[in-house]
Each structure stands twice: as structure tokens, then as C-alpha cells.
Write a protein that binds this ligand. Structure first.
Ligand code: BYC
Length: 318
């Protein structure tokens, strides 16, 4: 084929790809896909996986100090679930042709991002409540929408992850509800956690739609089904009511019900803080990555043993 024919064939492939996703059909690993689609998904899915894994750190900080055996068991199970989510997502990204080692290198060298939210400290037990309720709550709103994303392995991972996240959200809400029934000090602790986690949770949905460079491709290829602002609004609308039920105040003086739109209006998000944090200069970015590198290095012998076992098994059966 000459160059012109190759370009025409390429255009035709792109047209039929876009028509296919436009009909709501799923793309599978062996299907043809434009390079832009592949790299967009590798970026998003690997960052999603990194968020799950780095997200284990603020909660891990409280395992030894959980206030009861029941609370400790639940927290351990939740953190283990997050590790599992990371694994499903790394596997989904691997189907697009990137290796696990490459993804981890991108995380550890700061080339790949992870959610802004995990760069804040978990200072008290109430923070474990706020993380479960607000952070997992925000994550579910985003992930329910991603269950219908166009890439098959990503959308299937989301189905399972959402089921587990809804337990996590309730675990967090239960902690907050119990603290609000407790002593004045416990109520104060819960409100303080709410004040610190509310705004970073709203930032989890990403920049406003007009400032989101990846959204146009994401919509064209049905990777995103709802915009950053739509999902943020959905989260606010459902969370305000949950806060009211247990007596917590949302730290936003501009928050008010809008009869006309049928949604809550809210105050402006501090985008300077958001960009500072996602560029690596949040309160704990350096600590989070240093901890990841240390744990990864200490786990080298486990990976080597698993590889050696795999090779031995392969020799046995070949
Ligand atoms: N944090 O064009 P945009 C969990 C970046 S973990 C950091 O809107 P996109 C849990 C964005 O990457 C669940 N960076 O991007 C675990 C891009 O930069 P790059 C975590 C952010 O992709 C343990 C730039 O800003 N969930 O639940 O169209 C314990 C421009 O943004 C953030 C996910 O990862 C952010 N919040 O939309 C407890 C969801 N937002 O890549 C709980 C999967 C934006 O060009 N991801 N950026 O360097 C998504 O749905 C989408 O990637 C986003 C952003 C909606 C987040």
C-alpha cells in the first residue's frame, strides 16, 4: 500500500472504532484501538491503581491504634480490599501493553500521578471515619460511572470495586455517626476531620470541566460517561444530607440549596492547593513515595521467590 492508501485505511479504522464505541460497545485488549485511546487509558488506569495502593498508607497509620478489635478487623479488611483493587487495576492496565515494573517506576519517579487526597495526614481516629465516608464516598460516585466505561477490562474491574467500596463508605459513616453520639470531645474530633477532608474530597473529581484537558477525548471515546463537575455535584448533593442526619456541619459558608437547579450551590474550590498537591508539593507527597519505595525494596525477595517458583513449575510441566 502506498502512503495515501495507508492513511485512508487508518482513517477508516478510526471511523469504525469511534462508531463502535459510540454504539456503547466494549473494546477488548485484542481489538484495534487508536494509540491515543491506549495511552489515555494507560495513564488513567495506572493512576487509579496507584491511588488505591498509596491510599492504603493513611489508613494503615491507624491499624495499631483502632479503638476496638471489631474496628481493627474491619479496618484491616478494608485496607486489604484497597490492595486488591490496585491489583485488578494494574492487571487491566497490563492488557494495554505496559508492564507492572514500568508503572511502578513511573509512580516512584513522580512521572505518574495518584489521587490528590492521599497526600494529607490522618491525624485522629475520626480521620478514618472521614476517609471511609467522604473519600470512598467520592470514589464510588466516580467509579459507578466508570462501570460503563468503554474499555472492557477497566469496566469489569469497576463492577467488583464498587461493591467493595460501598461497604467502605458505610464503615466510615458508622465511625462518624458513633463519634457524633459520643462525648463533646469526640464530636469535636469528628467535625475537625470533616473540616479537613471535605475540600480535598471535592478536588478528587478533578478540575472544572472547562479546565480539564483530557475530558474531550474521554467523552469522544466513552471513557468518561459523566463530567468532573457533574460527578462532584452528585457527591455534594448526597453527602450534605448524610452530614445533616448525624449533626455534622459542612465547612462551606456558601453551601445552599438551589430550588431552581435542584442542586446545592457550593463555594469555590482552592485550585492553587489542588495543583500544588498533584505536582508533588502537598503535605505528605514525599513521605508517601518514600514509604512506597521502602516497602517495594523490602518486598524484593517475595517477588524473586514467586518468579523462581513460576520457573520451577514451568520446567516441571514443559
Ligand atoms: N488527583 O483532564 P483531567 C480510593 C490530574 S482510590 C490527582 O480532568 P482526567 C481509595 C489528571 O490526572 C480511587 N491528579 O483528567 C483508595 C491530569 O493530569 P495528567 C481513586 C488529578 O483523567 C484507598 C490533570 O489533573 N479514583 O477510592 O480526564 C483508600 C487534568 O485532569 C486529579 C480514581 O483514580 C486528582 N484528584 O480526569 C480509600 C478515579 N484529578 O494525568 C479510597 C479514576 C485530575 O495529565 N480516574 N488530576 O498528568 C478518573 O476518573 C479521572 O482520571 C479523573 C480526572 C476524574 C480523576
Amino acid at each position: 500500500m502506498n502512503n495515501e492508501n495507508t492513511a485512508l485505511a487508518q482513517d477508516e479504522r478510526l471511523r469504525s472504532f469511534e462508531e463502535y464505541v459510540g454504539e456503547g460497545k466494549a473494546i477488548e485488549p485484542r481489538d484495534w484501538m487508536p494509540e491515543g485511546y491506549r495511552s489515555h487509558l494507560i495513564r488513567q488506569i495506572s493512576q487509579h491503581a496507584h491511588s488505591e495502593v498509596i491510599g492504603m498508607q493513611p489508613e494503615g497509620n491507624w491499624i495499631t491504634r483502632a479503638p476496638s478489635i471489631r474496628a481493627k478487623q474491619i479496618l484491616l479488611a478494608k485496607i486489604q480490599d484497597e490492595g486488591g483493587h490496585g491489583l485488578y487495576l494494574y492487571s487491566a492496565a497490563e492488557t494495554l501493553g505496559i508492564s507492572r515494573e514500568e508503572m511502578l517506576e513511573q509512580l516512584q519517579t513522580g512521572k505518574a500521578k495518584y489521587s490528590n487526597i492521599f497526600n494529607y495526614p490522618s491525624l485522629t481516629w475520626a480521620d478514618i471515619g472521614a476517609i471511609g465516608w467522604l473519600v470512598d464516598g467520592a470514589a464510588i460516585v466516580n467509579q459507578v460511572s466508570l462501570q460503563r466505561t468503554s474499555y472492557g477490562p477497566y469496566s469489569r474491574a469497576m463492577v467488583r470495586i464498587c461493591k467493595e467500596e460501598s461497604f467502605h463508605q458505610r464503615q466510615g459513616y458508622e465511625i462518624m455517626a458513633n463519634m457524633m453520639k459520643g462525648t463533646p470531645e469526640q464530636r469535636e474530633m469528628a467535625q475537625d476531620a470533616m473540616n479537613r477532608w471535605w475540600w480535598p474530597s471535592l478536588m478528587m473529581f478533578g478540575p472544572h470541566d472547562g479546565d480539564s484537558p483530557h475530558s474531550a477525548d474521554a467523552f469522544r471515546w466513552k471513557i468518561k460517561r459523566h463530567s468532573n463537575d457533574e460527578l462532584r455535584q452528585k457527591f455534594i448533593d448526597k453527602t450534605v444530607q448524610q452530614a445533616e442526619v448525624i449533626g455534622l456541619t459542612i465547612p462551606d459558608a456558601d453551601l445552599k440549596w438551589n430550588e431552581e437547579t435542584g442542586h446545592y450551590d457550593h463555594g469555590e474550590i482552592n485550585w492553587d492547593e489542588f495543583y500544588r498537591v498533584i505536582k508533588g508539593n502537598g503535605p505528605l507527597n514525599k513521605q508517601r513515595i518514600a514509604h512506597h519505595i521502602k516497602a517495594h525494596e523490602e518486598g524484593a525477595w517475595v517477588r524473586e521467590a514467586a518468579q523462581a517458583y513460576k520457573q520451577k513449575q514451568a520446567q516441571k510441566y514443559n
